[in-house]
Ligand binder design. Structure first.
Ligand SMILES: O=P(O)(O)O[C@H]1[C@H](OP(=O)(O)O)[C@@H](OP(=O)(O)O)[C@H](O)[C@@H](O)[C@H]1OP(=O)(O)O
Length: 463
């Protein structure tokens, strides 16, 4: 009897440990809304005699609130209509109350950093200060900029607060680019050919077909019929009903778009778990297979619109990063020559971070796949452009020797493009890195001597 009790006790402890482990590594299928997945990492030692001399960080803003009154509005209007006509279920009423709570919480917060997002950026700045102490101890000047969108400026400022908390006292030049005049951090607002591709490219039809696969359709209806009656579903699918955002753009027009919008309300939840909404979790409306499917539908759009896209897309989504990469090259070269500043830190959006990672050929980010189905199996926005995602170039110098550079993705050391051979470990000759990416940008007509106005004009006329 005693032996049985000990065995049962041991098995209970084992189950509890497994649950904790599973919970810690449970996949949440959050795609581009994945909160910053920082994992502590040990950096390799630079070659003898080398010290950090300059840092360029290009990053996305931190975890945020819903970007606008869009998905919550559409679902609240849908459930209000269903309730009015007696076509809402008990679970639909639960969801309606949850959506109402989200709307009340999000008032005046749409688009801004969440508490988690502010913490993410503060910690990235603090770790930069701690990891490169000898560089920041020089207290030489730095530049920090952002886009015209508040969350990117909030991220810039959070990063700087974290850096200053480690003792950095140098001169900081803060700025942001005006809307429509930002070829570096928001080239996708300016690039004419890209804008046409993004709105009307063939990929839109490919993704729509992918999103309407039989499995996704069945999943959408299963989830939807938890919340409203079959009569309501029939009304929606007949085209009688449409639910829009505040700009009257249709958000929900059938079961598939309804569940994609519900997925968007699910994925923003983890970014808000340090705010008042932590008790709302839309995961209960989905199975894991369904979450994986709707993550893949979101990733399919991002793969084509921000990532490498199809082989016949001619890299139109990532080529628009040429002006930013040109700026990165020029800023490093200038800092090496003038020794006038030790850092440039730029904060923007997923639409910048993802194509930048692809343009730099980080890992397999730039690989193009023949079909959308294959792409979403092998490429995921969460790997390259989570909330607060960042690419860092750390430049090292040594007396009488040529400068070296290493690259970090999400603060982890990663190789440069496969065509480049390292000098040692993850350290590359700056001359090799500069030559490789200069060739890429100049082949696109963006010379390292071009000005920001030249780049604006190039994006309008050629990209
Ligand atoms: O579908 P939402 O509103 O979330 O899309 C956002 C973009 O978020 P993302 O889908 O890229 O995660 C947002 O990018 P972010 O990096 O700033 O979060 C973008 O700025 C915002 O305009 C929305 O993009 P949309 O294409 O205009 O819907």
């Amino acid at each position: 009897m005693r032996k049985t009790r000990i065995l049962l006790g041991f098995m209970l402890v084992l189950v509890m440990i497994c649950n904790v482990c599973f919970a810690a590594t449970e996949r949440l299928y959050l795609g581009s809304k994945t909160p910053y997945p920082y994992e502590k990492t040990e950096y390799t030692t630079p070659p003898a005699g080398y010290q950090p001399a300059f840092i360029y960080i290009a990053g996305r803003h931190g975890s945020r609130n819903l970007s606008s009154y869009k998905y919550d509005k559409a679902w609240f209007d849908l459930l209000t209509e269903a309730e009015k006509t007696g076509q809402i279920t008990k679970m639909g009423k639960t969801l309606k109350a949850e959506v109402q709570k989200i709307i009340e919480f999000e008032k005046d917060k749409y688009g801004d950093l969440s508490t988690m997002g502010k913490r993410e950026l503060f910690e990235i700045g603090k770790r930069s200060g701690e990891n490169f102490k000898s560089l920041y101890a020089t207290n030489k000047p730095i530049i920090a900029d952002a886009t015209y969108v508040t969350r990117s400026q909030q991220s810039r400022d959070g990063f700087l607060e974290g850096l200053k908390s480690t003792g950095y006292k140098g001169e900081i030049t803060i700025s942001f680019y005006e809307q429509g005049r930002d070829p570096y951090l928001r080239p996708y607002d300016i690039a004419t050919k890209y804008l046409a591709y993004e709105s009307n490219g063939q990929w839109n039809k490919d993704v729509e077909i992918f999103a309407k696969n039989e499995t996704a359709k069945a999943m959408s209806e299963r989830i939807f019929l938890q919340l409203v009656s079959p009569e309501f579903l029939a009304r929606l699918d007949s085209g009688e009903l449409k639910f829009t955002d505040t700009k009257n753009k249709t958000v929900i027009k059938n079961a598939a778009t309804a569940i994609s919008a519900l997925y968007e309300l699910y994925v923003i939840g983890p970014s808000l778990r340090e705010d008042g909404l932590k008790d709302i979790n839309m995961k209960k409306y989905f199975t894991n297979d369904e979450l994986e499917m709707f993550e893949r539908i979101q990733v399919a759009k991002e793969y084509h619109a921000q990532g490498p896209g199809a082989p016949d897309s001619n890299n139109i989504s990532t080529n628009i990063m040429a002006p930013l990469v040109k700026r990165m090259i020029v800023e490093v070269d200038t800092a090496l020559a003038k020794k006038d500043k030790i850092g440039v830190f730029s904060f923007s959006h997923a639409e910048t971070q993802i194509p930048l990672v692809c343009f730099l050929e980080v890992g397999n980010s730039h690989i193009q796949y023949a079909t959308t189905e294959e792409a979403v199996q092998k490429w995921n926005t969460a790997d390259f452009g989570p909330m607060a995602g960042n690419v860092q170039w750390i430049v090292y110098t040594a007396k009488g020797k040529e400068p070296l550079v290493k690259m970090l993705l999400l603060e982890k050391e990663i190789p440069f493009a496969k065509a480049l051979k390292p000098f040692q470990g993850t350290y590359y000759k700056w001359a090799d890195v500069k030559a490789y990416y200069t060739k890429k940008v100049e082949n696109l007509g963006i010379t390292t001597k071009s000005s920001i106005d030249d780049n604006m004009r190039s994006l309008i006329e050629k990209f």
